[in-house]
Design a protein around this ligand. Sequence first.
Ligand code: UGA
Length: 458
Amino acid sequence: MITLHLIRKEHRADVHLTIRIIIILPEDRIILYMLTITIIGSGYVGLITGICLAERGNTVTVVDIDEEKVRVINAGEPPIYEEGLQELLKKHVGVSLHASTSYTSVSESDVIFIAVGTPPLPDGSADLQYIRSAAEQIGIALLEKHVKYPVVVVKSTVPPTTTRDIVCPAVKKHMEEPFGCCMNPEFLREGRAIEDFMHPDRIVIGSDDEEAIAKMKQVYADFDAPILVTSPTAAEMIKYAANAMLATRISFSNEIGNVCKKLGIDVYEVMKGVGLDNRIGPAFLNAGVGFGGSCFPKDVSALASLATSVGIDPILLHSVITVNDNQPSIMMALLEERVHDLADKQIAVLGLAFKDNTDDIRESRALCMIELLREKGARISCYDPMAMEEVKHIFPASQEISYMSSAGDALDGADACLVMTEWPEFEKLDKEFSRMKTQIIIDGRHILNIPHAEGLCW
Ligand code: UGA
C-alpha cells in the first residue's frame, strides 16, 4: 500500500508543500521517505548532517544560537569551507533546508538531532553544558508536539552514558508523552564530510527502543552501508574508540618513524609492508609531524579522562598523546641540527591548516611549530592555500611573521623550509625551492617530490 500525505508547511516567508510517501510492505515493514528533521547546532557535524539529509529528500531545519551563522546559511552561503557544501546549500536552502535561531520546528519534527559542541574542560573531559541545554530546550519545544513518537538523537561525540543519563532525562523532565532516544555517532572527516556522510563505511544506531530504531532506519533507508544496532552507551564508546584507534595508528607510525630516522630507514617503505597485511590495512599509517584538528586530540584526552574516572590508568592513550605532542619538538631539533642558530634566520612554513582541504587550524601542528620558531627568534614566512586568515587572528602579520601569497614567495630568501600540511599542491613544488638562500627542506608530511628534501622521520 502506498499512502501520500500532502503537508502544507510554513517557513518564514516561504509556504511550500511536502509530499510524504509511506510504503507499507508485507510483514508491516514501513519505509517512510521525507521525514521532517531538526538539527540543533549548525557546526561541521550539524550542518553537514542537515544538508545531506535534505539531499536525501527530507525537510530539514538547522537551529543555532548564532544569528549571523543562521543568516549566512539562509543566504545560501557556507559558513565553513567543506567540499561540495556550497553547491548543496544553493540547491536546498529555502526549499528543503532552513536555518533558524528558534526551536519551533522541533514540535513538528519526526527526528531531532543534537549536534552541539562538546569542548574539552581543563582536565580533558568533555564539557556537556551545551548538550544538557539543547536537551532541555527540545523537551520544552516538544510540549507542543504534533508528531507521533518523535526521536531525539545525539550526534555529538559524548562520553558513554550521556544519552541515557543526561539527554533522555532532560527531555523527559518537560515531556510527558512518549518519545524515543538514540545515539548515532558521526564518522566524518573535515574536508571530505559530505562524501563520508553520503557513503559511510557503517551506520551505528545506539538505542534500546524498537520504535526509535525503526525510525532511525528510515532516516538511513537510502544509504548503502551496514547498519549496526547497539546500546546507546556502546554507540557512544564506538565513536571514542574509533578515533582513539586512528590516533593510535598515527602515533605508532610516528614512533616507528622516529626509530627508522635514526637507523636510516624509510618508514614509508616499512609501513607499506606493514599495511599490506590484511589484518592491519594501509590507512592512517602516514608518519610525520602528528595529528591535529578538533577531534583526535580532544577525543583521546576525553577517553583518557573517562578511563581515569573509572579507576583505569590509560597508559596507551597517554602515550598516544605524548608521542603526538613530541613530534613538533623532534622537527625543531632536526631543524636546529641543520641550521644551528635560528636567531634572525628566515624559516618558510608551508601549510598552516591541520590537514589539507580545510581552513581549520584547530590543534594544527603548524601553530606549535610557529610558537617554537618564535621562541628561538626566527623570522617566519608562511603560506597556506586556505588557512592564512585564520592564523592571522593568532599571530598578526609583523616583523617576525609574514603571510605570502604563494609557496614560492614564502620560500624566497629562506634559510630553511618546513612542510606542515599535506596540501596536494605541495607535491608539485620544484623550481620554487631554488628561490631559497639555503636548501634546507624538512618535510613533515611526506608530500614533496624533490630528492633533496629531508623527511622528518624517513
Ligand atoms: C577525524 C576522523 O578521521 C573522522 O572519522 C571523525 O569523524 C572525525 O575525526 C571526528 O571525530 O569528527 P578529521 O579530524 O577531520 O577526522 O581528520 P583526519 O583526516 O582524520 O586527520 C586528522 C589528523 O591526523 C590530521 O592532522 C592529519 O594530518 C593527521 N594524519 C592523518 C596523520 O598524521 N597521518 C595519517 O596517516 C592520517
